[in-house]
Ligand binder design. Sequence first.
Ligand code: PAF
Length: 298
Amino acid sequence: MSPRIVRTVAELRAELAPHRADGIGFVPTMGALHEGHLALLRAARDENGTVVLSIFVNPTQFGEAADLEAYPRTEDRDVALAAEAGADVVFAPSVEEMYPAGFATTVSVGGAVAETLEGALRGRSHFDGVATVVAKLLLAVQPDRAYFGAKDAQQVVVVRRMVEDLGIPVEIVARPTSRDADGLARSSRNTRLSDAERELAAALPRSLRAAQDAFADGVRDPRRLAGAVRDELAAAGLEPEYVEIVDAGSLEPIAEVVRPALLALAVRVGPVRLIDNVVLVPGVDDRIPLTPVERSHR
Ligand code: PAF
């Protein structure tokens, strides 16, 4: 059945009011849905009576106007895919609905969780934009559970911090990164890669896998593990914006991987900035499967 599309918070609240007792699952997105989003929707479908998808390209989390402009907008296709994955309601507000004239509040998460990695590269405003819009969306939907992909690992840590600090009554569920057969993390931005760039981008998961292989061989020094990533990227002619290994919970730097550590990277491939990560857990061998694919991936 086609989901009901609502554009205002008032309509959304009225639509959800009769369904609260059965549990509400929420998947916030910026649209251009891919298999990763659909996996989140299916998980929400399994665990809740009602499933809400939001589609809102949030201008406050984009640093570059060109990136915001180029962000794919495919609402009709998204709604059709969301219907198949079991969404009941699609909340697709306008910019004016989310940020009406006079809007003057920012939710800002401090400390390493927001200031390292993407925060260091994209500036404070990125996670301020994410935290503010996610807070607004959570207040609008008031879900029991909200679902996020582990590809945006730092976003999950920032949102968890915010939810705990503000006492927002919602369970944040992080689901594993969805990957193409050759390991590339699924992202709405991948559609902007040419065929040649898409082929180059396969070096990202290969580089993470090289570090996972070294980790499985007993390497615990973050510099050596990051070196394995850099070498693999360099072999493909790619220069990362960062390759960092940090504590998976606090995102603080570490001297040795003795607890779960987040290995995260950002790399520009052609016009597109891609991010990816894996968590290295001592005693756990969980490597990215890499299956070569024909280039008929789209
Ligand atoms: O991950 C995203 O798509 C966005 O950052 C989110 C959580 C929908 C907030 O705009």
